[in-house]
Design a protein around this ligand. Structure first.
Ligand SMILES: Cc1ncc(COP(=O)(O)O)c(C=O)c1O
Length: 446
């Protein structure tokens, strides 16, 4: 088998002359908090990015198959996004929502135009964790109820309320912030009790939400929160009907439904602009981050005018939320997605990649499951297809070998057993071929 080679690029990276990776690592170990972790046995240092590619300090190029954890939506340093950021940085970097500035309103109008139904009122914050915190506050204020239902294997952020709704039995935290939060069964057809072959799986998983409402709460809930495809949990897609049945149970108990679109939004899933649309549901509150800003600290909560009324009279103030620079960038991101047809590209190349990965699954028993939509694809690795014993060491080995060949990948799942592929939405057919060739080569090597 010939060694896969990256498609050519016309971009010439600037020669890096800064501190070495070893020096940067030593500085990080001395001065940064011990909770951060690194991928790869020999940590990688990235110093430049252009569209779907990144370069390390030695000038080696990689295809960024993880997109900065699903954050680079339209491409690293996309020229239009950079141009509006530069122009705004030179004009006025910061004002405050106490004064008028045209960018924030123009962006809110554009963002609202992309959301369906009554989802037209925007709040701007700086991160996905903050967005989910605000969404929970809105839900509790609006309903007057306290209990929240979230999912095991979910991830919603690293602040107190984000950790509380994150499936604590699965993710790293076992935090005391989760009072009033109940975790329902993850609708995870590959591992859960109701599999891909069960046509009623969506309803059955939703029944678990209903039983939590009945037996773990007073019968009244404030909210249900879920990602539309679980991201950190390993790109777990829910069976059809799951959100529809769950939303019915939640609304019958007086609650509102929150869709966390931090990883699934902005056309990445290909068939729809928002992940929840694939399940045919209409959330009451949507949270957005990551790809919304293509790498800048922009996040949002979008809800209905009625729900937003619940916080009227209670000041919403966020120093950097909706500042002129990030809102200019957010608007440019939406324009680029439209102009460059990136949702269609995600659909087309996502289907192509998934088919390629499925072919490899047929050849390699270590691949237990291939799933996901558009450019959000998961490859779950198992030591044994019958027992489904997770294969985290093999998953880590795939990451190492792919890196050597010039492809950066992510991993997820409870045991780190699922490879996550979520490149910038601007990848080309030649990039997709390269990705499939790399997977083929690394599975062969395993
Ligand atoms: C689905 C989801 N929600 C929320 C968050 C939290 O976002 P942030 O890290 O910007 O606070 C993340 C981060 O990975 C995420 O994947």
């Amino acid at each position: 088998m010939k060694t896969p080679s990256l498609p050519p690029t016309t971009h010439n990276p600037v020669k890096y002359t800064g501190p070495s990776a070893a020096e940067v690592l030593a500085q990080r170990q001395q001065f940064l908090n011990p909770g951060i972790f690194l991928y790869y046995e020999a940590p990688i240092m990235l110093v430049e990015g252009k569209m779907q590619y990144v370069w390390d300090e030695q000038g080696k190029r990689y295809l960024d198959g993880l997109g900065g954890i699903v954050t680079i939506s339209v491409g690293h340093c996309h020229p239009q996004v950079v141009a509006v950021a530069n122009q705004q940085n030179e004009t006025l970097q910061h004002s405050t929502t106490l004064y008028l500035h045209p960018n924030v309103g123009a962006y809110a109008e554009k963002l609202a135009s992309k959301l369906p139904g009554e989802l037209k009122v925007c709040y701007f914050v700086n991160s996905g964790s903050e967005a989910n915190d605000l969404a929970l506050l809105l839900a509790r204020a609006h309903t007057g109820n306290y209990d929240v239902i979230a999912l095991r294997n979910g991830y919603h952020g690293g602040n107190a309320s984000g950790m509380a709704v994150t499936g604590q039995s699965t993710w790293k935290y076992n935090v005391p912030h989760s009072f009033g939060v109940h975790h329902a069964l993850a609708p995870y057809p590959y591992r859960g009790p109701y599999g891909y072959d069960d046509a009623a799986a969506g309803r059955k998983y939703a029944d678990d939400v209903k039983s939590l409402i009945d037996y773990a709460t007073s019968g009244k809930v404030a909210a249900f929160i879920a990602e539309s495809i679980q991201g950190v949990g390993g790109f777990v897609e829910f069976p059809q009907g799951y959100l529809q049945h769950t939303y019915e149970h939640i609304r019958a108990a007086g609650g509102v439904c929150i869709a966390d679109e931090v990883q699934t939004g902005f056309g990445r899933t290909g068939t729809h602009f928002w992940g929840f649309e694939a399940q045919g549901v209409m959330p009451d509150i949507v949270t957005l981050a990551k790809g919304i800003g293509n790498g800048c600290p922009l996040a949002a909560v979008v809800t209905t005018a009625k729900i937003a009324q619940s916080l009227l009279g209670k000041v919403h103030f966020n120093t950097f939320g909706g500042n002129p620079v990030v809102t200019a960038m957010g608007r440019a991101v939406l324009e680029v997605i439209e102009r460059e047809g990136l949702q269609t590209n995600s659909l087309k190349l996502g289907a192509y990649l998934k088919a390629g990965l499925k072919r490899l699954q047929a050849k390699h028993s270590i691949v237990g499951d291939v799933r996901g939509q558009g450019l959000l694809l998961g490859v779950e690795m198992v030591k044994d297809r019958t027992t489904k014993e997770p294969a985290p060491a093999e998953c880590a080995a795939v990451l190492e070998s792919a890196r050597e060949l010039g492809l950066l990948l992510g991993k997820g799942g409870l045991w780190g057993q699922t490879i996550r592929l979520a490149p910038p939405m601007c990848i080309t057919p030649a990039d997709a071929d390269f990705i499939i060739e790399v997977f083929g080569a690394v599975f062969e090597k395993l």
